[in-house]
Design a protein around this ligand. Structure first.
Ligand code: ATP
Ligand code: MG
Length: 380
């Protein structure tokens, strides 16, 4: 008998028809990449994936962060004969703290005698005969005894939820505007979870924003890397742009003009590095600049799709995800970002494209963008 981790991937991947193989290969590659520094082997039995590794806890921790995996089960692999199955099922059931159980059998090995129902019934009866503590409840059991009969047989009760989604790297790429706040890391995670390759850009206003603020963003990118395997971060010098806006434009239009610069630079970096799209952590109505009109005005300068995966989420729900993915505690550290320093008292909440285009036309936009992009620092 050996203990293995059964890896179940998101049901969506099954729906991919002819492309299923492509998604499976990517996912397998991502798993292998995650395990590359530990001793492990990848076991396949009639289409089912198992990981054998020295440290199961660590294995589970790794698999839990891989996009596209819906569930991880700790299984005992045994010979595929009914006596071995019964014994193992009993031993698993006795280890469980629940009082009621249900046996569920999947019989992929069609040479195995009896139907799945027959096996479940026989194993259930055997467990009942050998314990007084447990009883069967087919409707709402405290735990399941799962049996899969393939070349080998696998028995398990312990199931751990994975993050689901699609294999990372199967759905194009995006450049995430990553600030030090709570929202943008969550937005990045949501895109990565859908298989979209993530790059990050941070606009840094030295010396108005400290080195610590930049380190914080790097740290956030580091947390996102848990889900992506690797990540790149572009740090764009933004002070000169902000100063030019402050000196030359109306106070109530600072924020929206600044946003348009961020968008232009993100698109420019995307173009240079072959990235398909832009992602932000904006959510409708969260702050004055995140009005529908504001979003229209910032999209006006984008030359590719701009995704805002949090657009319809409530702040409390965003915070929940942030806690779950491990970015919350970093995000709430109090280092100021460039937007909190340059916030106008009464930002325009219904800007219009024409009027903002005109307002910013006093600036040498192309030269400012070019200079910032050329002085961008890269981290990975
Ligand atoms: P967050 O919690 O992500 O900082 P927020 O609610 O504070 O968002 P804003 O500060 O208005 O909202 O920023 C909206 C979005 O613009 C952010 O989610 C992020 O995608 C982007 N953004 C803002 N400031 C920066 C920055 N300094 N560098 C990179 N992106 C930024
Ligand atoms: Mg912010």
């Amino acid at each position: 008998m050996r203990k293995l981790l059964l890896v179940k991937y998101a049901p969506e991947i099954f729906l991919k028809g002819l492309n299923k193989g492509k998604f499976e290969r990517k996912l397998k590659g991502n798993i292998e990449n995650t395990f590359k520094d530990s001793r492990y082997s990848f076991v396949v039995d009639q289409g089912r994936w198992f990981i054998e590794c020295d440290d199961l806890k660590d294995g589970i921790k790794k698999l839990k962060n891989i996009c596209g995996i819906s569930e991880i089960c700790v299984v005992d692999e045994i010979d595929s004969d009914i006596e071995s199955i019964k014994k193992q099922a009993l031993s698993n059931a006795l280890k469980n703290e629940g009082k009621t159980f249900k046996v569920v059998t999947k019989r992929a090995n069609k040479n195995f005698p009896g139907t799945s129902m027959d096996v479940s019934r026989e194993v259930g009866a055997y467990i009942l005969q050998n314990t007084e503590r447990l009883s069967v409840d087919v409707r709402k059991p405290d735990f399941f005894v799962n049996i899969e009969i393939r070349d080998k047989a696998y028995v398990y009760s312990k199931r751990i939820k994975g993050i689901g989604g699609m294999p990372y790297g199967t759905n194009g790429s995006t450049i995430l505007m990553l600030s030090g706040g709570i929202d943008s890391p969550v937005a990045g995670y949501m895109m990565a979870r859908r298989g979209v390759r993530l790059n990050c850009v941070y606009f840094h206003s030295h010396p108005y924003t400290s080195e610590r603020a930049k380190e914080k963003v790097k740290e956030l990118a580091g947390v996102l890397k848990k889900y992506t395997g690797s990540i790149s971060l572009y740090v764009v010098p933004f002070t000169k742009i902000q100063m030019s806006i402050i000196e030359n434009c109306r106070e109530d239009e600072l924020t929206i003009i600044m946003r348009r610069f961020m968008m232009r630079i993100a698109c420019n970096l995307a173009e240079r590095h072959g990235i398909n799209s832009v992602t932000t952590g904006e959510s409708i109505g969260q702050v004055a600049s995140q009005t529908m009109e504001g979003l229209v005005v910032s999209n006006d300068v984008a030359d590719r799709p701009v995704f805002r995966p949090l657009i319809a989420m409530d702040k409390v729900d965003i915070m929940d995800v942030a806690r779950q993915i491990g970015t919350y505690e970093i995000s709430i550290l109090p280092y100021e970002d460039c937007c909190t320093i340059f916030v106008p008292k009464h930002p325009k909440i219904k800007p219009r494209v024409e009027e903002i285009r005109k307002a910013e036309s006093v600036l040498d936009i192309d030269a400012l963008v070019k200079e910032s992009v050329e002085n961008t620092e890269f981290f990975s």
